[in-house]
Structure formats: structure tokens, C-alpha cells
Design a protein around this ligand. Structure first.
Ligand code: NAP
Ligand code: ZN
Ligand code: ZN
Length: 353
């Protein structure tokens, strides 16, 4: 039987109960495992969707959190890539099948067999479900642990593990760069990282926002123009101008309004995952200019490391508001009101403090 040690975190016991203190067990590190004392964990809108069972797949109790950054406290005998005392990070996945074509290509997030997500996934080692980063520690196979430069602010680096890679990956896949005009829809956790990356890749960047008060921040983060998306006439003025639009919105909305802004052969890529479907796009919005509607999910481990190294070289981190874990339920309510500048990050020392 796998040996365990006690751990503490915050969990929700049902879709309608607030997150509260929770005790559980973590495995003692096996030969290939890295044990991490968690310092910071970002708060992703996916945490909120799953805590409230909006995707209808949550097993309770749930300990969310997949933007994990901490310090290595122990490693197994066969671990070669991490040492005690180093900063290390864990994102949305802690294992995959490792044998399917996608895993072999380093696209573990698209694994066609079994992905073990960091939380709310069946735990193949301990049984029960995996528990995430709203907790004091985590134990993960070294192949799913990332290196983070000590030169980056650790609280600001934590959100790179989901908001960072989820926006970096599609911008790279669709080869966004100089000479292109790129739109980002929504200035939240994902959106503000998309603006930073698209700008760093040399594209001309437009932010579409429902919150006029975010305009000056958007410019500071790297947007060349800000377009208010609540007014359909304002959107229509930009028809046919964009090569690529990344849509990070967490609620259903009219996709045609954005498809019509694409040039010939342009792509609208969805990364937001609302609880209910978007109204269907009209074929007319696609066919006349051979436009594409696409989607993207996080990114593979190799690309996540590439993104973290890119951020270290360019000094890119997330703009964060650090909170003690006791404020998590209030933070969720603010996230729902689009009132976060631009990612909440939990300081896990508050669990014991
Ligand atoms: P977030 O911080 O809440 O940001 C979402 C932003 O969307 C808001 O700040 C707001 O920006 C805009 N927005 C919200 N409600 C809107 C509405 N009704 N109409 C138009 N705009 C609205 O959330 P996040 O953490 O960035 O996550 C965004 C979505 O991506 C979530 O659905 C999450 O589950 C999903 N996600 C997907 C992946 C993936 O792999 N594909 C990974 C992580 C997260 P403005 O105030 O600027 O309008
Ligand atoms: Zn996430
Ligand atoms: Zn696989």
C-alpha cells in the first residue's frame, strides 16, 4: 500500500457550499516523485466552474488549484531533474498515458487515453480523486514538474502555469507575429496574458472588453487599441481587419460578431469554456472569407517549459492580487463581476499562519 502523510487545503463539499479548511492525505514521494511545499497558487476561472459543478463533472469534495508554484522539499531516488530547495511548478496535468501519438509528440494535454488532471481526476496511485493547489503541498512525477527561474516574481509566475500556457500555445500554433493584427477578447486572467504574449511576439494587438475602465491597463499591458465590445455598432466598424482573434470569455456570447472581424482565412480561437454553449455561429460568417473557428486547451509539458523560459528571458509575469486563502470565496464573487486586476493568487503561508 502507498504510504501517505497528512496535508491541509481548502475544499468545497458541494456546488453550493463555500470553500473551507479540509484535511486529506498526500502520498509519500515514490522513486520518480517530486514533493513540493506550495508557496503560491493562482485562481483560474476553471476552478470556479468546477467548484460550482458548471461543467457537470465534479466529484466532491474538490480541492481546486492548477497554477502551482513552490519549493521542492523532497525527491525520490530516481529523480534527476529536481533538487531539494529549488523552485518548481505544476500546471493543469500531473500525468497522461505517455504512449498515444499525442503524448509521444509532447501534446499530453490532447492525450487520447487518460489525462490525470491536477484536481478532480481519478488518482491512479492513491485512489479517490486528485487534489489541487489550494493546499500546503503536492507530490508529482518529475516528468510533469516544471522549472521556474528564481529571477521571476514567484507570485506573478504562478498563473503562467495555466493562464500563461493556455494563451501562449495557440498564439504560437497559429504563428502570431510581426505584420499581423491580433484581437484578444476579455481582459481577465487569460486575456491579460494573451495581450502580453501577442505584443511580445511582435503583433499589433487589439483588446475587446466589456469594461471601459480596463482601457488604460490594456494599453500598459501591450494593447495598441481597445474596442468596447458591448456595442455591436462599435464592433462592426472593425469588420475584416483581423488575422487571428483569441476569445477568453467565460460566458456564452455571439461568436458571429467576432468572426466578421476576421480577414480572409482568419481564425477565431476559443479558449474560454462557458457552462452553456455559445449561440451557433452562422455559416455565412465563415464561408464568404474562408474563415476558421477553432479551439485550444492549455499546452504540453515541453511547450509549458518553453513558455516559462521565454517569460524568464523577457521578464514576463502575470499582474496579480495576492490574497490569503481565507478570502477565496470573496475572490470568486469578484472574478464573476470581472473585478480582478488581473489574477488572484493565493499566498499559501496563510493556511498555517
Ligand atoms: P476571468 O479572469 O474571469 O476572465 C474572463 C474575462 O472575460 C473577464 O475578465 C471579462 O473581461 C470577460 N467577460 C466575463 N463575462 C463576460 C460576458 N458575459 N461577456 C463578455 N465578456 C465577459 O477568467 P479566466 O481565468 O481568464 O478564464 C476564462 C475562461 O477560460 C474560463 O471559461 C476558463 O474556464 C477558461 N479556461 C480555459 C482553458 C483552456 O485550456 N482552454 C484554460 C484555462 C481557463 P472584460 O472585463 O475585459 O470584458
Ligand atoms: Zn486554469
Ligand atoms: Zn496519451
Amino acid at each position: 500500500m502507498t504510504q501517505t502523510r497528512p496535508a491541509r487545503g481548502f475544499a468545497a463539499e458541494s456546488p453550493t457550499t463555500p470553500l473551507a479548511s479540509f484535511s486529506f492525505a498526500r502520498r509519500v514521494p515514490g522513486p520518480r516523485d517530486v514533493q513540493i511545499e506550495i508557496l503560491f497558487c493562482g485562481v483560474c476561472h476553471s476552478d470556479l466552474h468546477q467548484v460550482r459543478d458548471e461543467w457537470a463533472g465534479t466529484t466532491f469534495p474538490i480541492v481546486p488549484g492548477h497554477e502551482i508554484l513552490g519549493r521542492v522539499t523532497a525527491v525520490g531516488a530516481e529523480v534527476t531533474r529536481f533538487k531539494r530547495g529549488e523552485i518548481a511548478a505544476v500546471g493543469c496535468m500531473v500525468d497522461s498515458c505517455r504512449t498515444c501519438p499525442e503524448c509521444r509528440e509532447g501534446l499530453e494535454q490532447l492525450c487520447q487515453n487518460t489525462i490525470t488532471f491536477t484536481y478532480n481526476s481519478p488518482d491512479p496511485i492513491l485512489g479517490g480523486m486528485t487534489y489541487g493547489g489550494y493546499s500546503d503541498s503536492v507530490v508529482v512525477d518529475q516528468d510533469f514538474v516544471l522549472h521556474v527561474s528564481e529571477a521571476l516574481d514567484p507570485a506573478g509566475a504562478a498563473p503562467l502555469l495555466c493562464a500563461g500556457i493556455t494563451t501562449y500555445s495557440p498564439l504560437r500554433h497559429w504563428e502570431v507575429g510581426p505584420g499581423q493584427r491580433v484581437g484578444v477578447v476579455g481582459l481577465g486572467g487569460l486575456g491579460h496574458m494573451a495581450v502580453k504574449f501577442a505584443h511580445a511576439f511582435g503583433a499589433e494587438v487589439a483588446l475587446f472588453t466589456t469594461t471601459p475602465g480596463k482601457a488604460s491597463d490594456a494599453k500598459r499591458l501591450g494593447a495598441d487599441e481597445v474596442i468596447l465590445s458591448r456595442d455591436p455598432r462599435e464592433l462592426a466598424r472593425h469588420a475584416g481587419r483581423f488575422d487571428f482573434i483569441l476569445d477568453t470569455v467565460a460566458a456564452p456570447h455571439d461568436l458571429d460578431a467576432y468572426l466578421k472581424l476576421l480577414k480572409r482565412d482568419g481564425t477565431l480561437c476559443l479558449v474560454g469554456v462557458p457552462d452553456k454553449p455559445h449561440p451557433s455561429p452562422s455559416a455565412f460568417a465563415l464561408i464568404g472569407r474562408r474563415r476558421s473557428l477553432a479551439g485550444s486547451m492549455i499546452g504540453g509539458i515541453r511547450e509549458t517549459q518553453e513558455m516559462l523560459d521565454f517569460c524568464a528571458a523577457k521578464q514576463i509575469v502575470s499582474d496579480v492580487e495576492v490574497i490569503p486563502i481565507q478570502q477565496i470565496n470573496a475572490a470568486y464573487e469578484r472574478m464573476l463581476r470581472s473585478d480582478v486586476r488581473y489574477r488572484f493568487v493565493i499566498d499559501l503561508t496563510s493556511l498555517t499562519g
